[in-house]
Design a binder for this molecule. Structure first.
Ligand code: NAD
Ligand code: DAU
Length: 331
């Protein structure tokens, strides 16, 4: 199978490429990535001779048509992915997440190529902190931020292209990923690298917001199940029952790094901050027998901390710029 992976130099995409090349099956991988601030060839370190890398924009129709015409399937990760950045400047989110997805959909429509759309649980908005409910495949869309609104728009385009043009697409909406190669602007790696550089972790507001954590390898193992066995037109929810509030996560990071769990700062809350995400992944588990490998968040977090400690060269040069961006955004 010839797979075109968009956003393969980003966090989840690079882990997907690594996992795919390690599966021992006959797959030819091409990565299309624009290498924005969030993408890095170093995330694909030591794999270079096993796949083809194309630096380019998913909104470039000529390039996308050419690459799609040579593929059997497309797995679409490329996106602007950070909520805080979308609040500071929504425009690249509209271009990449909506126009970029549209460009890919037109190409897979033209060449009859199988397409999988990687999306987020944030399209469903948020749940109340005291509500036992979880998101299901039938939860109505209700996005809150510019980021999640553009992801919701892109999901809707995929559904329309399936129904109107017969595009062979599946969708998945996953909860918060953690693990190696995640950009240090994101919550968990930001706090780990804060501690490693002698800075106190930064918690938005009171830290009561809940996220449903899944290890990136578990997300990617689920994606392969959907790619191989998913029903065209269907949406699959991916999660591993990892609900924790942010305060608990910050304290656990400090504890696992041998620091006082109270050594963090409360900072200005994110505008429109979603309260709680929670995924009901029973459909995926029941239909495909999928199970997450990482059932202990504590152990997954411990290995993630070790990875950032052991791979300083991967993130160290970025740290000052990321924190300067947060300073400019006043968080
Ligand atoms: P990321 O920001 O780490 O990586 C995004 C990648 O896309 C980068 O390599 C970047 O260079 C590339 N890119 C950006 N604009 C591009 C363009 N115009 N053309 C080509 N490449 C471009 O993101 P991530 O966290 O790995 O997320 C990947 C996908 O998974 C996104 O679609 C995101 O919405 C979705 N998702 C993420 C999570 C999460 O917790 N991180 C959870 C659920 C779904
Ligand atoms: O739910 C899936 C989504 O998870 C993905 O679609 C997004 O691409 C991904 O970035 C993530 O979105 P969040 O906004 O939940 O992730 P983030 O890492 O930015 O923040 C996680 C939580 O931690 C959130 O409640 C905000 C909080 N936070 C974040 C940062 C960066 C802090 O308290 N302090 C921080 O410094």
């Amino acid at each position: 199978m010839r797979v075109l992976v968009t956003g393969g130099a980003g966090f989840i995409g690079s882990n997907f490429v690594r996992a795919t090349l390690g599966r021992g099956v006959d797959v030819e991988v091409t990565v299309l990535d624009y290498l924005t601030y969030a993408g890095s060839r170093s995330s694909l370190f030591a794999l270079e001779d096993q796949f083809k890398f194309v630096e380019g924009d998913i909104a470039d129709a000529d390039l996308v048509n050419h690459l799609v015409s040579e593929a059997d399937s497309v797995v679409h990760f490329a996106a602007e992915s950070h909520n805080d950045n979308s609040l500071a400047d929504p425009s690249p989110f509209l271009r990449t997440n909506i126009i970029g997805t549209y460009t890919l959909l037109q190409a897979v429509r033209t060449y009859g190529v199988r397409y999988h759309h990687v999306s987020t649980d944030e399209v469903y908005g948020d749940l109340a902190l005291d509500d036992p409910a979880k998101f299901t495949e039938y939860t109505p869309y209700n996005p809150s931020s510019p980021y999640s609104a553009t992801k919701a728009a892109s999901d809707m385009l995929v559904r329309a292209w399936v129904r109107s043009f017969g595009v062979r697409a599946t969708l998945s909406n996953c909860s918060n990923n953690y693990g190696p190669y995640q950009h240090i602007e994101k919550f968990i790696p930001r706090q780990i690298t804060n501690v490693l550089t002698g800075v106190r972790p930064k918690l938005y507001g009171a830290g009561k917001n809940v996220r449903d954590w899944i290890h990136v390898e578990d997300h990617n193992s689920a994606l392969w199940r959907v790619l191989e066995s998913g029903e065209i037109g269907r949406t699959y929810l991916i999660g591993s029952d990892g609900e924790l509030d942010n305060l608990t996560v910050v304290r656990l990071i400090l504890e696992l790094m041998d620091k006082d769990p109270n050594e963090f700062d409360h900072v200005t809350d994110r505008a429109g901050h979603d309260l709680r995400y929670a995924i009901d992944s029973s459909m995926l588990r029941d239909e495909f027998g999928w199970q997450p490998h990482y059932t202990s968040f504590r152990e997954g977090l411990r290995s993630t901390i070790d990875w950032y400690r052991d791979n300083r060269a991967w993130w160290e040069n970025e740290k000052a710029a990321v924190e300067a961006r947060y300073q400019a955004q006043k968080v």
